[in-house]
Design a protein around this ligand. Structure first.
Ligand code: AMP
Length: 401
């Protein structure tokens, strides 16, 4: 196949993130972000990677169709237009693939209908993803378009991990089960961690800690996910930037009955005004650490709650896996916040876990080990690359197409 470029699109309700990659050597050619679609002050920030050239433009962009046309124009200025015969496929990030989609899938009408059928379990994300797909299809109807699902990597979870202990008929009727998210990141990072250890993914057990503004943990046995911390929605699990993570579900009844709050208000509270921002007013770990260093008690408590939950998941997934070869930290916090990594494994020496202070302090873009040389369980920092993973999966599929 001569065409070797893949355009990766991540379409949100009012934004489109994109990257154009050349899959002969997995290099990024261009990348960018269109924000505030539908407003007067929409914005596009575009980088032509090879030329080290970044351009910004602001003005009204009415809808996703106009956004993709603007992206197309920017790419054309760099000689990378979407009409090029070099473009092999467009890969779309799709948040919810339910139980149906266990791997990347070439999009046809039946696939579109199924993504649409899953809207009730992903009301915010799947409609935006669908809009992005339809817009891209209209622009290049001749090209294969591939959906790469955030949930797919987690479909290998056993029923014992995927089911909630609620009435089975009610759960099945409403498709209530644990799906998990950030799957492309967990897949990429668990494989990259195996590579860092010089082993095949089938031969290692890894706990992946994806700590960004959203955060999730996963237990990966021999390359297959056996448990993950997010559930029906991304609300379950770790303390996140703005989400509460695990909680007694009765808190919701209490807030409704006693607090007089509506379901929508509680939804907004738990998804947007909780987690670190709810605890201390900041969701940026840099700012929280700065405040902790200044002796701010509120920030310290927020940090301690964040770490306590993280530690519980490390312990839980250690038990789920039985033996652990490595723990990998990734995403904005995991890759950058040495204090979080240090605190998360502090006191776990009897589990074979420790970080080396000097190695942990080193910054870098490459996967690296931060545990002492003789550590029984390796601790790694592995930068995630969801776009590359989407492009790789898309290209692999289109090659067989
Ligand atoms: P992500 O969702 O993966 O883009 O991660 C975003 C989050 O990473 C931000 O909200 C910050 O909390 C965190 N972050 C980014 N850079 C740093 C840094 N240098 N030190 C600590 N935390 C950081």
């Amino acid at each position: 196949m001569s065409a070797s470029r893949v355009l990766v699109l991540n379409s949100g309700s009012s934004s489109v993130k994109y990257q154009l990659l050349d899959m002969r050597d997995s290099t990024r050619l261009a990348m960018g972000l269109v924000e505030r679609i539908g407003e007067q002050s929409s914005r596009i920030r575009h980088t032509h990677v090879g030329a080290d050239d970044t351009r910004e433009w602001s003005g009204p962009i009415a809808d996703h169709d106009a956004a993709l046309k603007a992206v197309s124009e920017e790419l054309a200025k760099d000689g990378l237009g979407l009409d090029s015969r070099e473009l092999a496929a467009i890969g779309h990030r799709v948040v919810h693939g339910g139980k149906t989609f266990t791997e990347p899938t070439v999009i046809d009408d039946a696939v579109l209908a199924e993504i649409e059928r899953l809207i009730p379990v992903a009301p915010l994300h799947n409609p935006a993803n669908l809009t992005g797909i339809r817009t891209a299809q209209a622009l290049r109807p001749d090209l294969p378009q591939v959906a790469v699902f955030d949930t797919a990597f987690h479909t290998t979870m056993p029923e014992s991990a995927a089911r909630y202990a609620i009435d089975v008929r009610t759960a099945d009727e409403h498709r209530v089960r644990r799906y998990g998210f950030h799957g492309t990141s967990h897949a990429y990072v668990s494989r990259a961690t195996a590579k860092l250890l010089g082993k095949a993914p089938e031969d290692v057990n890894v706990i992946v800690l994806h700590l960004g503004n959203g955060a999730s943990a996963s237990a990966v046995r021999g390359g297959r996910c056996v448990d993950t911390s997010m559930g029906l929605t991304p609300l379950e699990g770790l303390v996140m930037g703005t989400r509460s993570g695990d909680m007694d579900p009765a808190v919701i009844f209490h807030l409704a009955r006693v607090g007089g709050m509506s379901i929508d208000e509680i939804d907004a509270l738990l998804n947007k005004k909780s987690g670190l921002v709810g605890l201390c007013g900041d969701n940026d770990m840099r700012e929280i650490r700065r405040r902790v260093d200044e002796g701010d008690e509120e920030a310290k408590l927020a940090f301690d709650i964040y770490i306590h939950r993280l530690k519980k998941y490390i312990g839980a997934y250690y038990a789920v896996l039985g033996t652990v070869d490595a723990i990998a930290f990734t995403a904005g916090v995991g890759e950058n916040a040495a204090a979080v990594r240090e605190a998360a494994v502090a006191g776990l020496e009897t589990l074979g876990l420790a970080v080396d202070g000097a190695l942990n302090a080193v910054r870098g873009d490459e996967p690296r080990l931060i545990s002492p040389a003789d550590a029984r369980v390796k601790v790694a920092v592995v930068p995630t690359d969801e776009e590359l993973e989407i492009a790789t999966q898309t290209y692999a599929l289109v090659g067989r197409y």
